[in-house]
Design a binder for this molecule. Sequence first.
Ligand SMILES: Cc1ncc(COP(=O)(O)O)c(C=O)c1O
Length: 315
Amino acid sequence: MTEGRLVYLSGDFVPESEARVSIFDTALMFGDMVFEMTRSYNMEPFRLRHHLERLYAGIKILEIDCGLDIDEMEAATMETIEINKDRMPEGVDYQIMHNVSNGPLGLYSSVFPEGIKPTISINVWPLTWHLAGIADYYDTGVHSILTQQQSVPARYIDPKIKNRSRVFYQVANLQAHKIDPKAYALLSDEDGFITEGTGNNFFIVKDGVIYTPEGRNILRGVTRGTVIDLAAELGIPLQETNLEAYDVHGADEAFVSSTSMFILPVTKFNTLPVGDGEIGPTVQRLTDAFSGTVGVDIVAQAKQYKAEAEATAGG
Ligand SMILES: Cc1ncc(COP(=O)(O)O)c(C=O)c1O
């Protein structure tokens, strides 16, 4: 590693400690900021274009005039990765975070004599600590708890737009953690159908078929798309359908998906075991196949990062 990482901030590269957002930013006032989280495998971004397409869907719907088209955003992303190549721990995969808003509100323009610019940040961050925190769950599975806090229906705040108005996800986390501090919160819609986790999508497996909630009141995760593609490649039937707590109790397996972890088994649901409480063959098959696709043993990588994080903390 040479020197500190640099963040792309509205056209400039600045050190992480100087990458700041104004208190007058519309993101802080209204939460109308869109964002993305992409990760690398073998130091190459995975499905970056999928993430940027979702980002630009949000940019269009929220009418954010960010001044870059999707190709320019991709180029700025690749430049951010390139400029940080020698500033990152060698051989460590990273996440790429995009945050985009219209910038400070016009009402406060006198604070910005140089003119108001949209806020665009792109930064890279080593995945060591993210993956260290979940490494054990590939072996044990996670405990999913359906919370009293429900998803906001898409007609109010559309969760398909990956946006920073995330209070309801945080309340769900608080509720789940009161029951089990390590639990993963799971939300439902107004009819009681399961929607998604607070940072992941949800799946069950029953009699060899994978089921996942329809893409209605959820963020349509890029990883959810990867699972759908992979299941088709492996010849595992997959259906998007309404799921209730009852269906999870009767499932053979369950799992959650998100960018940083790919999938994690859910071995406990609302304090009861899912299936026999062990990691099932479908989760294993998807994990192995995905590791093959990206050329990284994702479970071994998480365990290696955990060992490195512990060594750093210890030393
Ligand atoms: C609410 C929510 N659902 C699902 C996901 C999974 O999306 P992806 O697979 O694109 O990471 C996330 C990721 O952050 C999320 O915040």
